[in-house]
Design a protein around this ligand. Structure first.
Ligand code: CU
Length: 168
């Protein structure tokens, strides 16, 4: 067997291996670092908490959620004001929050990028959890994360209408 035969085998091996390697390793351009500022630390004595509703509350209908933050300030999304962030309300979120990434935006991850400190919610009857997480200018958690205690509430079905059995 000459040198050419082994070259062919080597070439075939490379051809078959290449696509697997390409799938396993992201292309270099996808690994380019994002132009992100480092995540900030929260104030050491900061506390994030839900003022209302309290844990175990039973609620009928729409309700206000009131956000509490001590020893830090509330600012707008995009603002890099020192010692400040904006609120995010997690509704029925069971998966852990990624400590490095911006919080998702969907109906379970509510952003209050104008600096709001309360929100009106209407949830279907049943048990629900609410939790706050403070986010930085880029919607990322602080490092370490500043989270509130998780509050569990029960939304009661709406009261039966008194006129529901009226005569036709
Ligand atoms: Cu946000």
């Amino acid at each position: 067997m000459g040198r050419s035969a082994s070259s062919i085998i080597l070439a075939l091996g490379l051809v078959s291996l290449f696509p697997i390697g390409a799938l396993a390793q992201p292309a270099p351009e996808q690994q380019a670092p994002k132009p992100a500022t480092p995540q900030k630390a929260p104030a050491p004595d900061a506390r994030l908490y839900i003022i209302y509703p309290w844990d175990g509350a039973q609620i009928r209908g729409e309700f206000w959620v009131r956000f509490g933050l001590r020893n830090m300030g509330v600012t707008q999304a995009g603002s890099s004001a020192p010692n400040a962030g904006h609120h995010h309300l997690l509704v029925d979120v069971t998966d852990a929050i990624d400590p490095e990434e911006p919080l998702p935006t969907d109906n379970q991850h509510l952003h209050f990028g104008a600096g709001q400190t309360e929100a009106r919610l209407e949830l279907p009857p049943g048990k629900h959890t609410l939790q706050l997480v403070l986010g930085d200018a880029e919607h990322r958690p602080f490092k370490p994360m500043l989270l509130s205690k998780k509050v569990t509430i029960t939304v009661l079905p709406s009261a039966p209408a008194k006129t529901s059995k009226k005569k036709q």
